[in-house]
Design a protein around this ligand. Structure first.
Ligand code: ATP
Length: 339
C-alpha cells in the first residue's frame, strides 16, 4: 500500500508518500514564516494556495520516479489512496488542502481518506516505536492534551483549559519582540537562565497556561533577565505536562508513552518525560523531528492504516472540521492492523 498524504492545518504546506511495504516516507514541505507577529489566517491560507500544488507535485514526482507512472505492477496509479488533514486547524487552510486532495483522488481514481491531525501526531509515534497501546502527550502549537485508547476510541484524559502549549510560548516571544516561531528561541535562551517562580496550574488532569504567560510577560517587563524567564517558563510548563502524563500512565496502567507535536522538538521536555518514564519503568518514544512538527508524513502513515481498514470517505462526505476532536473518531484501524 502506498499513500499520498496532504497536510496544511496552519503553517506547514506539506505532501508525503508513505510506502507501507518498505516503511519509507518521503516528505516535501514548505513552511509559512510570517514577517512579524504570529500566524495570520489569511496569509497562511494564501501560502497554502501557493504551496500545496507545488508540494503535491514534488511528492507525486517522487512516487512516479520510485514506482513508475502506473505503479510497479504497470497497472494503476503510483499511489493507492490520497489522505488529507480534515482538522483541527484554520478553516481557510483546511479548505484549500481538502479541495486539492479531492481533486487529486478523483484524477488518480483512488480512494480519499480524511485524517484527524491530532491522531496523526499520536499514531506516527506509535508506529515508529512499535508500541501497542500507549498514552500520548500531544504538545503542539494549537493543542495540548493526553490521549489514551479505550473502548474503540482515543479518549482525552486531560487537556489545556486555554491555549495550546506552543501558542502560549509564542505569545511570550511576541511580547519580547522575537519572530515566529518562539519555542526554539525560548529553548536557546533558557540555556543560560536561572529559576524564578511562576504560576503552576494543574487541576486534576487539566492544566492552564494563560496565568503563567501573563506572569512571564510581567516578569520580563519588570526587568527579570529574559534568559531566566525562558528557563523558568520551560521548567514550569514542561513539569506541568510531565505531571499530568505521569498521572495518565498511572490511571490507565499503561507502560508506554509517546510524545507528539512541534513542542516535542524541545530537548528539555523530552528529558523530563524520559526521566519520569525511567523512574516508573515505562517505555518512552518521541519520533524524529521531521515527524513532530506538522508534516504530511504522519497523515500518509495514518491514512494508510485507515485505507487498509476500509476507512475511506466519499468526496461528498469529506467536509473539513476546524474543531475536529480526536475523541470524535471511531478507531477502525487497530484491530487486525496490517500496516
Ligand atoms: P497543531 O499541530 O496543534 O495544529 P501547529 O500547527 O501550530 O499545532 P506544530 O508544528 O505541532 O504546529 O507546533 C508548532 C509549535 O511548536 C510552535 O508553537 C513552536 O513555537 C513550537 N516549537 C517548535 N520548536 C520548539 C522547541 N524547540 N521548543 C519549544 N517549542 C517549539
Amino acid at each position: 500500500m502506498r499513500v499520498l498524504g496532504v497536510e496544511g492545518t496552519a503553517w506547514c504546506a506539506s505532501a508525503a508518500v508513505f510506502d507501507a511495504e518498505a516503511d519509507s516516507v518521503c516528505i516535501e514541505s514548505d513552511p509559512y514564516e510570517p514577517d512579524s507577529g504570529g500566524i495570520h489566517p489569511r496569509e497562511a491560507a494564501e501560502h497554502m494556495g501557493d504551496s500545496i500544488p507545488r508540494v503535491i507535485e514534488a511528492a507525486l514526482e517522487h512516487a512516479r520516479e520510485e514506482y513508475g507512472e502506473d505503479g510497479n505492477d504497470g497497472d494503476g496509479p503510483p499511489v493507492d489512496a490520497v489522505a488529507f488533514s480534515r482538522g483541527p486547524g484554520l478553516g481557510p487552510c483546511l479548505r484549500i488542502v481538502a479541495t486539492a486532495a479531492r481533486a487529486l483522488a478523483r484524477t488518480l481514481g483512488v480512494p480519499l481518506v480524511g485524517v484527524n491531525h491530532m491522531l496523526a501526531h499520536l499514531e506516527i509515534g506509535r508506529h515508529r516505536a512499535g508500541f501497542d497501546s500507549p498514552v500520548c502527550l500531544n504538545a503542539s502549537g494549537a493543542n495540548a492534551h493526553l490521549l489514551g485508547f479505550h473502548d474503540g476510541r482515543y479518549r482525552v484524559l486531560g487537556e489545556t483549559m486555554d491555549t495550546g502549549v506552543g501558542n502560549a510560548l509564542d505569545k511570550f516571544t511576541r511580547h519580547v519582540g522575537w519572530s515566529h516561531p518562539g519555542g526554539p528561541k525560548i529553548e536557546q535562551h533558557a540555556r543560560d537562565g536561572e529559576f524564578v517562580d511562576l504560576p503552576y496550574v494543574v487541576k486534576g488532569m487539566d492544566f492552564s497556561f494563560s496565568g503563567i504567560m501573563s506572569a512571564a510577560k510581567a516578569a520580563y517587563d519588570d526587568g527579570v533577565p529574559v534568559e531566566d524567564v525562558c528557563f523558568s517558563l520551560q521548567e514550569h510548563v514542561f513539569a506541568m505536562l510531565t505531571e499530568v502524563a505521569e498521572r495518565a500512565l498511572s490511571l490507565t496502567g499503561t507502560d508506554e508513552l509517546v510524545l507528539g507535536g512541534g513542542v516535542a522538538q524541545n530537548a528539555r521536555l523530552r528529558e523530563m518525560l524520559e526521566s519520569m518514564c525511567a523512574e516508573r519503568g515505562a517505555d518512552f518514544h518521541a519520533p524524529e523531528p521531521r515527524f513532530l512538527r506538522d508534516n504530511a508524513g504522519m497523515i500518509a502513515v495514518l491514512g494508510a492504516k485507515m485505507a487498509a481498514a476500509g476507512d475511506t470517505v466519499a468526496v461528498e462526505d469529506s467536509a473539513i472540521d476546524p474543531d475536529f476532536r480526536p475523541d470524535q473518531v471511531p478507531v477502525t484501524w487497530r484491530s487486525g492492523e496490517s500496516v
